[in-house]
Design a protein around this ligand. Structure first.
Ligand code: NAD
Length: 282
């Protein structure tokens, strides 16, 4: 890794601008996948990062090492274990983060889970767990963050990890799809509610990204080709390409943006089946 540069997925190096220098950031579910890439990217841009993880201590430790190796300045990083679905644990996490950093400027609600099942076969336990992690968890963390932003009277910034399934239905993944639809509304409602108090709330809507949540197809060449055949840009994203959008929304470069979801999806939201005209005669 070249200090002061980030590797751009489609080739080459980009000089890091420390847009997040001195900002204290909490990233949930950051021990793997997109959350880990966000923690790395934010450290590269000069942020101090709280890396939340659920229970995978070894992966969290490995993430901490990666983040420390990636940082370009003297930013600080530390781990906090917490289940974002638990009010008690979320409150304890914020108390610990604020004890160490004394303020938090940016919250990234990244933690998320999914489980396939036909809708008529979904177990209530799975339905509740997915909604509890993906939506209740994002709400609990956002509520603590906003309480803190208001108490310190300064600006605040929340960036949610949503999905293209915020707007594209996902049969066989109903609780996941509902959770991301709910996240869109939460993003917009909170953005409107707190716009006058210096708090911005936005979301990123990734398409298909190479992370552990997609292990069923990323390591199977045939399945991966099938998945990628539906993506207009022709490939799944690297997690770093999604993290770059989080860094933008968390930075002052996005100072006039609130209540929006930026879809980083290789064109998946463009109705790919309409690449060829199939219904108008010509
Ligand atoms: P991932 O499985 O690597 O990441 C999910 C993370 O959330 C894991 O680190 C996991 O430990 C953590 N987590 C789960 N339950 C938790 C809890 N109760 N408390 C705290 N942390 C918890 O997969 P990913 O793709 O990096 O997913 C991250 C986010 O990106 C999710 O919200 C997912 O919905 C979203 N997303 C992913 C894709 C994709 O294609 N990978 C596409 C769209 C959206």
């Amino acid at each position: 890794m070249l200090t002061g540069f980030v590797k751009v997925n489609q080739g080459g190096w980009l000089k890091t601008v420390e847009r997040l220098k001195g900002k204290n950031v909490l990233v949930t579910g950051a021990s793997s996948g997109i959350g880990q890439a966000i923690a790395v990217r934010f450290a590269q841009e000069g942020a101090n990062v709280v890396i939340n993880y659920r229970n995978d201590r070894d992966m969290a430790q490995a993430t901490l090492e990666k983040v420390r190796n990636a940082r370009t300045s003297d930013g600080k990083q530390f781990l906090i274990q917490a289940d974002v679905a638990s009010e008690v644990e979320v409150k304890a996490m914020f108390a610990e983060a604020l004890h160490t950093f004394s303020s938090i400027e940016v919250l990234v609600n990244n933690a998320g889970i999914q489980k396939p099942a036909h809708t008529h076969e979904i177990e209530m336990e799975d339905f509740d767990r997915i909604l509890n992690v993906n939506l209740r968890g994002a709400f609990l963390c956002s509520r603590e963050a906003v309480r803190h932003f208001l108490a310190r009277g300064g600006p605040g910034n929340i960036v949610n990890n949503s999905s293209v399934h915020e707007i594209i239905p996902k049969p066989k993944y109903l609780p996941y799809s509902i959770s991301k639809g709910g996240m869109e509304n939460m993003t917009k409602s909170m953005a409107l509610e707190y716009a006058g108090r210096g708090i911005r709330v936005n979301a990123v809507g990734p398409g298909a990204v190479v992370t552990p949540i997609n292990n069923t197809w990323i390591n199977d060449p045939k399945a991966r080709t099938e998945v990628e055949s539906h993506i207009p840009l022709g490939r799944a994203a690297d997690a770093s390409e999604i993290a770059a959008v989080f860094a933008f929304l968390a930075s002052n470069d996005a100072s006039y943006i609130t209540g929006q979801t930026i879809f980083a999806c290789g064109g998946l939201t463009l109705y790919p089946e309409f690449r060829v005209a199939w219904a108008s005669g010509e």
